[in-house]
Write a protein that binds this ligand. Structure first.
Ligand code: FAD
Length: 478
C-alpha cells in the first residue's frame, strides 16, 4: 500500500460509514481527517445557535469514532484554503478529498479551493455523499430543472442509482506526523448562556445515535408513517432531520433501511413509500436551490417581489416567543426553542401564521428557524418557507391559509401537544384548549386561566387576518 497521505476535509458529512471521500482516501494510503471552522465563508448562513450546539457534539463524536479506528480529527479554524494548504505542508499530504456541498456560497468557495489546491500540485477530488440524486442528474425532457415535485420524484425513482451504502473503513493509517489541532472548545460553538438543557435532553448526537434512531424508526414507525406523520401529538415521524443535515446519516442509509423493511414486511410498503417521498422532498429542495440559487433569500415566483409585507418587529417577537394567543402556534414555537426541532405539520402552521395572519416576510421566519433549528438546512428551510408562503416552486397556493384551530382539532385532537408545550393551558379540555378566548369565563376560571395575564389574548382575529392577506395577495396580482 502506498504511504502517501490524503487529507479528508469533513464538512456536512460527519460520519465514517457511507462516506465516499473517506473510503477512497483510506484506499489510497494514510489519511488526515480535518474539520475547518470557517463561519465567515458561509455568507449570511453560518450555522445558528442550535446548529453550532449540534456541530460541537458531532465533531466530538466523529473524533471518538476516528480514534476507534486508529485515527483522530484535526480541528482548525480560519480560512479553509490556507488551513488545507498548511496541513498539506505539515503532513506532506499529496491529495485533498471531500464530499460535495450544494449551497451557493459553498459551491463558489469550493470551486476556488479546488483550483488553488490543484495549482499547488495536489490531487483534488470531490464526491457525492449527501444526496441520492445530485441536482444536475435529473432534468425534464426539455433538459430543464424540475419545478414540480411529483414528476421530479417520478424521474428520480426511474433512475438506476447505487442503493447500497458503502461500509466504513475498518482502520485508517495515520500520517507520519499529526498536524496541529485546536481544542474544540476554542471554536466557541457552545452557547455562552445555558439555554440548551432541552436540546441535551432531546438529542443524542453523532453517527451511532443516527443509526440507532434509524433502526428504531424502521422497527416501530416507518410502516405507519403514512397515517401518523401528521399527528403532532404522536411520535410518528423519524426525527432524523438533524442527522441528515449534518451528514451523520446519509439518505442512502435511510433508503437502504426502508428497502429492507419493505422486503421483510410487505404490509409496510405504503408507509415506506411515503417516507421515501419525504426524503425525495429533501432532494427536491437541493435541486431547486442548486438551479435557482437566489431562492435562499428571494421568492422563486417573481411576482412576489411586489408583495406588500408588513415587517412588524414586535409581532415577530411575539411569534418567536410563542406568545401569539393561538395555542398550537405557541406550542410549536416553544417546542422549537426548547428542543431545536419542530414537527413538520407544526412548521407549516407557524409559517402560515407568520406569513399570512401577520403578513411578516417569510425571510424573517426562515432566519429565526435558521438560528433555532438543530436541522437548519438552507435547501429544506428555504423550500419549506417558500412553499408555505406560496412563492416557491410547487408551493401551497397563497390563498390556502392554515386555520390554527381546525389544524389542532385535526392533528392534535385531544390537545396533548398544546398541553405539553403550553402548560398554562393544561387545565383546559378540548375544544377550549384549541381557542381559549372562546371559552366561557367559568371554564377559564375553573382551569385557572386568566386571559391577558396567564396566557395572551389572540394577537389577531384569524378570520379578519385571512381576509387582509387575501386582499394584499389580490392587489399584488392586479
Ligand atoms: P420525517 O417526517 O421523518 O421525514 C424524513 C426526512 O425527510 C426528514 O428528516 C427530512 O430530511 C426529509 N423531509 C421531510 N419532510 C421534508 C420537507 N417538507 N422538505 C424537505 N425535506 C423533508 N427540514 C430540514 O431538514 N431543515 C430545515 O431547516 C427545514 N425547515 C423547514 C421550514 C418550514 C417552514 C417547513 C414547512 C419545513 C421545513 N423542513 C426542514 C422540512 C420538514 O419539516 C423537516 O424535514 C421534518 O419536519 C424533520 O422531521 P423528521 O426528521 O421527523 O421528518
Amino acid at each position: 500500500m502506498s504511504t502517501s497521505s490524503t487529507i479528508v476535509w469533513f464538512r456536512q458529512d460527519l460520519r465514517l460509514a457511507d462516506n465516499p471521500a473517506l473510503l477512497r482516501a483510506a484506499e489510497s494510503g494514510s489519511v488526515v481527517p480535518v474539520y475547518v471552522w470557517s463561519p465567515e465563508e458561509e455568507g449570511d448562513w453560518a450555522p445558528g445557535g442550535a446548529g453550532k450546539w449540534w456541530l460541537h457534539r458531532s465533531l466530538e463524536s466523529l473524533d471518538g469514532s476516528l480514534r476507534e479506528i486508529g485515527s483522530r480529527l484535526v480541528v482548525r479554524r480560519g480560512d479553509s484554503l490556507q488551513q488545507l494548504r498548511a496541513i498539506a505542508e505539515e503532513t506532506g499530504a499529496e491529495r485533498v478529498f471531500w464530499n460535495r456541498r450544494y449551497e451557493p456560497q459553498a459551491i463558489e468557495r469550493d470551486k476556488q479551493i479546488k483550483a488553488s489546491l490543484a495549482e499547488d500540485g495536489l490531487g483534488v477530488e470531490s464526491f457525492n455523499a449527501a444526496l441520492l440524486h445530485e441536482p444536475w442528474t435529473v432534468a425534464t425532457q426539455q433538459g430543464q430543472p424540475y419545478k414540480v415535485f411529483t414528476p421530479y420524484w417520478r424521474a428520480c425513482l426511474k433512475q438506476d442509482i447505487r442503493r447500497e451504502p458503502l461500509s466504513k473503513p475498518k482502520t485508517l493509517d495515520a500520517p507520519g506526523s499529526w498536524p496541529k489541532s485546536v481544542e474544540l472548545d476554542s471554536l466557541a460553538l457552545n452557547p455562552k448562556i445555558a439555554w440548551d438543557a432541552g436540546l441535551a435532553e432531546t438529542w443524542d448526537v453523532g453517527e451511532a445515535a443516527a443509526m440507532k434512531r434509524l433502526r428504531a424508526f424502521a422497527k416501530r414507525g416507518m410502516a405507519d408513517y403514512g397515517d401518523e406523520r401528521n399527528r403532532m401529538d404522536h411520535d410518528g415521524v423519524s426525527m432524523l432531520s438533524p442527522y441528515l443535515h449534518w451528514g451523520e446519516l446519509s439518505p442512502r442509509q435511510a433508503f437502504a433501511a426502508a428497502d429492507k423493511l419493505r422486503e421483510k414486511d410487505p404490509g409496510a410498503a405504503d408507509g415506506v413509500k411515503v417516507f421515501l417521498s419525504e426524503i425525495g422532498w429533501r432532494e427536491f429542495s437541493y435541486h431547486l436551490m442548486y438551479h435557482f440559487p437566489t431562492v435562499v433569500d428571494q421568492p422563486l415566483r417573481e411576482e412576489f417581489t411586489r408583495f406588500e409585507w408588513d415587517d412588524d418587529r414586535e409581532a415577530l417577537k411575539r411569534w418567536q416567543r410563542g406568545q401569539t394567543g393561538f395555542p398550537v402556534v405557541d406550542a410549536a414555537m416553544r417546542q422549537l426553542y426548547a428542543t431545536g426541532w419542530m414537527h413538520n405539520r407544526a412548521r407549516m402552521i407557524v409559517a402560515s401564521f407568520l406569513t399570512k395572519d401577520l403578513l411578516i416576510p417569510w425571510q424573517r421566519g426562515a432566519e429565526w428557524f435558521w438560528d433555532t433549528l438543530v436541522d437548519a438546512d438552507l435547501a429544506s428551510n428555504t423550500q419549506g418557507w417558500q412553499w408555505t408562503a406560496g412563492c416557491g416552486a410547487d408551493a401551497s397556493p397563497f390563498f390556502r391559509v392554515f386555520n390554527p384551530v381546525s389544524q389542532s382539532e385535526k392533528f392534535d385532537p385531544q390537545g396533548d401537544y398544546i398541553r405539553r408545550w403550553v402548560p398554562e393551558l393544561g387545565g383546559l379540555d378540548r375544544p377550549h384548549i384549541f381557542q381559549p378566548h372562546e371559552a366561557p369565563p367559568g371554564v377559564l376560571r375553573a382551569a385557572g386561566v386568566e386571559l391577558g395575564k396567564d396566557y395572551p389574548l389572540p394577537m389577531v382575529d384569524h378570520g379578519e387576518a385571512r381576509k387582509r392577506a387575501l386582499d394584499v395577495y389580490q392587489s399584488m396580482k392586479n
